[in-house]
Design a protein around this ligand. Structure first.
Ligand code: C5P
Length: 303
């Protein structure tokens, strides 16, 4: 028997970053929107813990116990005093090191899949607590939809979205490390007063209304200057999308994936074609959001 869980990618429509905390993390006001690009995590009983991965970026995915999916299985097994003997297979469609929470998606997916396979019966609250231990973005991968994350980004409040938003994502030729982008944020912030991060009322209203123009006017990413500083060519990609009619163009999370908000599906296709033609990016994808969080698609809970 095996269990498969499908988990979405995310884009941050607002990423307000505060000053570095004593623990090295940064307080955030992080508005996550799940979008319909998915990884699929399948778990099958095995003699020992093993991770395999397929997909265009599979070669960059660690298959040892540093993989968030393996860490999720280990964390749940340890809490229950059972052996984590499971084969975790990741069908990866979310770009690796792209700022779209691909690794977090695999952590949340493996956790939900193992909980289902092993019949461990962990509550939603316990699963969320384990997710928060695994990483700041992992709880959102479980929940999906739209949510505000405060603290490190792990303390979630679910938000309503009044419609579907159309997005185009341009994946870059190389990745960016999230800690390196936060370090660059700190370097650029030296000598400046960093205000406490707060969610934008205009942005939350735009999401609730499902209004793409209002959303475009209020998106923001405080990590964008740091990502552009480490990866200046991203500015050309942002310009190419804006030139093709994107309502908003921004770096997704810590990057280097760039995200373009389109008015409608036709405009999204036009922006995607222009980005492909620009030669600035590795892959271009369209996706809509909000998308549902981690969902069992094969196994006991789906029957
Ligand atoms: O929580 P996660 O393991 O995903 O974080 C990866 C890295 O990103 C952290 O080690 C830290 O450098 C940075 N980070 C941060 N503040 C946050 C979230 C992440 O500085 N709120």
């Amino acid at each position: 028997m095996s269990v498969t869980v499908r988990v979405p990618a995310k884009v941050n429509v607002q990423l307000a970053v505060g000053a570095a905390r004593p623990d090295g993390f940064h307080d955030l006001a992080n508005v996550f929107l799940a979008v319909g690009l998915y990884d699929e995590v399948t778990v099958t009983p095995a003699d020992e813990l093993r991770v395999t991965c397929e997909g265009p970026d599979a070669a960059q995915v660690p298959l040892d116990r540093t993989n968030l999916a393996a860490r999720a299985a280990l964390a749940l097994a340890e809490r229950r005093g059972i052996e984590p003997n499971v084969h975790i297979h990741i069908a990866k469609d979310i770009p690796v090191a792209g700022g779209m929470a691909g690794g977090s998606a695999d952590g949340a997916g493996a956790l939900l899949a193992c909980n289902t396979l092993w019949g461990t019966g962990a509550s939603r609250a316990e699963l969320l607590a384990i997710c928060a231990e695994l990483g700041s973005d992992v709880p959102f991968s479980l929940v999906g939809g739209v949510a505000l994350g405060i603290g490190r980004g792990e303390q979630l409040t679910v938000l309503e979205a009044g419609g579907t938003f159309h997005w185009v994502f341009a994946m870059a030729e190389r990745g960016l490390s999230t800690p390196a982008v936060f370090r660059e944020f700190d370097r650029l912030a030296q000598g400046r007063d960093i205000p406490a991060p707060v969610a934008s009322a205009e942005l939350l209203a735009a999401l609730a209304k499902g209004d793409p123009d209002a959303l475009a006017a209020s998106v923001s990413n405080d990590l964008q200057p740091a990502a552009l500083s480490l990866f200046p060519e991203l500015a050309d990609t942002l310009d190419a999308g804006r030139g093709a009619g994107a309502l908003a163009a921004l770096v997704s999370g810590s990057g280097p994936t760039t995200a373009f908000l389109a008015r409608d599906p036709e405009s999204a296709l036009k922006i995607a074609d222009a980005l492909r033609a620009s030669g600035h990016c590795r892959t271009v994808r369209t996706a809509t959001g909000p998308a549902p969080g981690a969902t069992v698609t094969q196994g006991p809970a789906s029957r």
